[in-house]
Design a protein around this ligand. Structure first.
Ligand SMILES: [Ca+2]
Ligand SMILES: [Ca+2]
Ligand SMILES: [Ca+2]
Length: 250
């Protein structure tokens, strides 16, 4: 291996390492597992990223089986409350968002938008909500800054209280799309945001219409995916490297 090929190999391995690192478990830009919090007290903040807990809900960390902990948020029935406002450590363009969510039995929900979660891009310029409706349908609703909020759209997914849901979303600012699965069932497939977004800047848990409900929340994670740019650089480097090797052999 001559010096040129050697340095190319080093460069390629370096880019490969960066590409792999940006998608692995160590690179969350948001992580809140509540495991470092005190039972029966308010959470002390996420392990990675920032959060404001509050706004018309009583939050406390509760213990679960096996020594684990999660967040219990008891909504006080006031409308239009943001219970938790999460800000990722860095705003990723491509990411996977996931959380464990449950509404306890005995909840009183009065509207489609009683309880929901909201993703926002570019500092509230664009948002997409998931609403756990009072009629047991899961709705989505989109907003764009400066225009009236869109109508709720039934995703076709039925839900119930006292059931734990693992919500997973893949967001892409390159494609301006969202994919969403609930307990592995696709509820949004290549949903187009209808705007050119650049980065995911917020994740909210809250209430809209009248709700008296206890939300249980755990394992809130945002994992950046390898960017399109990294993949493109990788491709170019691989081609350059292969091209040089071919010429040397030829
Ligand atoms: Ca936990
Ligand atoms: Ca914490
Ligand atoms: Ca975009």
């Amino acid at each position: 291996m001559n010096t040129t090929t050697g340095s190319l190999t080093v460069a390629l391995l370096t880019v490969l390492a960066i590409g792999v690192r940006s998608g692995d478990a160590a690179s969350y830009v948001l992580q809140d597992t509540f495991e470092d919090d005190t039972v029966s007290a308010w959470p002390n903040g996420p392990e990675i990223g920032a959060a404001i807990y509050g706004g018309g809900a009583d939050h406390q960390v509760v213990g679960i089986g096996g020594g684990g902990k999660l967040l219990y948020s008891d909504d006080d029935g006031v409308n239009e409350e943001i219970a938790i406002e999460y800000t990722p450590m860095a705003a990723p363009a491509e990411a996977e968002v996931s959380y464990e969510f449950m509404i306890q039995g005995g909840a009183t929900l009065g509207a489609i938008d009683s309880v929901g979660q909201l993703l926002t891009w570019d500092d509230y310029a664009v948002g997409l909500a998931l609403w756990w409706g009072h009629d047991w349908n899961l709705y989505t609703r989109e907003f764009h800054s400066g225009t009236p909020i869109g109508s709720p759209v039934d995703t076709g997914f039925d839900w119930s209280t006292a059931t734990s849901y693992e919500v997973t979303m893949q967001v892409s600012a390159a494609a301006d799309t969202v994919n969403c699965q609930v307990n592995g069932t696709p509820v949004l497939t290549d949903y187009t945001l209808g705007a050119d977004v650049a980065a995911l800047t917020g994740l909210y848990f809250g209430t809209g219409g009248p709700a008296l409900a206890v939300q249980r929340l755990d394992d809130v994670l945002i994992t950046p995916e390898p960017s399109t740019l990294t993949l493109a650089v990788l491709g170019v480097l691989s081609l350059t490297f292969c091209g040089r090797r071919k010429r040397r052999r030829g």
